[in-house]
Structures are given as C-alpha cells and as structure tokens.
Design a protein around this ligand. Sequence first.
Ligand code: PLP
Length: 386
Amino acid sequence: QASQRISTILGGGSDGWEVFNRARQMIDAGTSVTELTIGEHDIRTAAPILQDMHRAAVGGHTGYASIPGIAALRDAIAARVTASTGVPTTRDNVMITPGGQAALFASHTAVTDPGDTALYIDPYYATYPGTLRGVCAKPVAVQAHASDAFQPRASDIAAAAKGAKSLLINSPNNPTGVVYTRETLEGIAQVCRDHDLWLISDEVYDTQIWEGEHISPRALEGMEERTLVVGSMSKSHAMTGSRIGWVVGPAHVISHLVNLATHTTYGVAGFIQDAALFALELGKEFETEIAEPFRRRRDLALAVLASQNVVGAVPNGGAMYMMLDITATGLSGEAFAYGLLEAHHIAVMPGESFGAAAAGHIRVAMTIEDSAFEAAMKTLCAYAES
Ligand code: PLP
C-alpha cells in the first residue's frame, strides 16, 4: 500500500483533464484535432541554445554539477533580478532547480510543516493543490472573481489567512492570463505582513506581458524576507523539456533548499545549466522574440471576439492563454469544451479544470500557428453562437 501522502496527491476527485485525455484518444485514433490545451510553445528550443548544450556536453559537463547551481548561472539570474526589481540580489539568494514545478515543491517544503495551511488563488495552475498536498500542507483556495477580472481581493485572502503559513500567487496568471496590478500586489503584501505569511510568487510567465507591467512582489516593502520567487526558462526561452528553473529568496532559506536538493534531485545537469546561461545572455531581444507570437495571436483573437457578442474575454495582460467567458451559451465550461471537441475537433480546457472560480469559462492556449489559431477562434465563436 502506497503512503497516504502520495496516494492523495490528486485529492481523490477528478483531475480535471478528462477533455484533454479525450482529445489525446481522438488523436491516437487518427483524428486531426486542433490542440489548444497545454502551455507548450509551437516552436522548439532555438538551435544556438541546443548547440551550446551540445558544446558543453561534449566539452565534459556531464558529471555531477554544483547542487545549488553553477555560480555563473546563479550570478546571471541574480543580476537579472537586481536589474528588474531594484532589490540587491546575489548568488546566495538563488537556487537552480529542475524546472519551476520542482521550485514550487521545494519552496513549499521550505516554509510549511505537515498540516500547515497553505493558501492559493482559484483559478489556479492545475498542479498547485497536488503540490501542496505533496508536501503535506493543507491546501486552502481563495477565490478570485470573474467580476473583478480575476484580480484577487486582499480582503478575501485576509479572511482565510488566520493561522495560515503561506500564500501562493501567480502573475502573469495561468489559466486567466491576468497580470496582477500594483494595487492587487500591495494588498496581498499587506495581508502577508499582517498575518506573517510566506509569499510564494510564481513568475514563470514574467517575460510574456501584453499590457501593464510585471511587478515582482519581492520588491514591495517588507517583502524581501518573506518571499520566494519561482522562475523558469520553460516559457521564456521555449525550454520546457530542459527542466530548468529557480527559486530566489532569503539566503538562509536557499541554504535549506540546497540540503533538500542534496537529498532529492541532486541538482540539474551541467550542460543544461551551461545552455541556460547562454540563453539568458541572448538578452531581452530574444525573450521578446519568443513571446511575440502569443502577442500576435492575442490580437487576432481579440479581433475575432470583437465581431460577436456571445463569447467574452477576460482581459489577459500576459501569458500564453486566453480565458473566455461562455456563460451566455448556458453551458458549463466542461460541456462547452466537450461539445467543441466532438463537433469541430478543437480541444480547449474547461475553466472548471482550474477551480470553481473559472466555471462557465474555457481556457485557450495560443500555441498554434497564427492562421490556424484565428480560424479556430472563429469556429469556437460560431459554435458558441449556435
Ligand atoms: N507555474 C505555472 C503557472 C505554469 O503554468 C507552469 C507550467 O505550465 C509551471 C509553473 C511549471 O513550469 P516548469 O516546471 O516547466 O518550469
């Protein structure tokens, strides 16, 4: 019998991925399906990054690598964080992890004890509750509201914060594409200070900003000592398969994370870290180039949506997703997604997969080529109208 801890990671109920699984079955059976479900770029990792990875591997970086991460990469991330936030950050504040997901797990392991309440915002990235259960914390969702364009209310978080240990936020947000405003983040920071909460800030979409600005809450007053920032090169550099991310936080927490990694992952492959450094050194221009297709597709989608009045758009200031309001159809997100898949072979995620707050919505990943994406949006709207 496996442990309670591991058998309850999914929380017992459905994992919300039934539509996704159905799309996979159809694809396996030979049906051509327009896939707008997961957050995977339609481009592969750029050739120069792969060439650098190859150079590093052939050059001998194939042994055990430094567990906190190679110094040059940690320095580069520290410099980047210092420049973007104004908070002086050094390599002692940075731990390299095998992707953002591992960084989320490590961060919660570092700040919660078994049974501690760990807050997160609904709608949420699909793995959040399972990650929190995986570290034996008690996940408690705080709903953001569609009527607030999914900006969470500080008062709702404060109402759940008594006795809690941590709060997990994500801006730019998956699944909504919402970028938290300064006002939202100031409110969240106030609640964290008032209730002595750790803030885990998942910023893996920080290079995908279409409107407004990305603000890292670690830079807000009194937050540096209570914030762990999760970063990743999966989305910013189209490097999902390389499994490279990081945690930025107080040096004393980072040193515990090094101990944790010594007993779990044993670090990240040296040749991947070398390539990550190379990729970061390509600079902002490269990051913009990687993000640009999503900006273009968002504009295409907004133009399609403007020509009808059944499907509404949640204002997505960032990230590679659009959350669409389909309540006017009278269908649940799930029924809509199933119907669209069966009728038109277009696969989207039901809002309900990301929590109760996103009921009556669907999430569209903007991850296929522009003209096919625009055509899929038109079909989706026609389906909603019918
Ligand atoms: N956080 C969010 C909000 C995500 O959407 C994802 C991936 O989709 C991750 C973290 C994990 O990314 P990775 O482990 O590839 O860095």
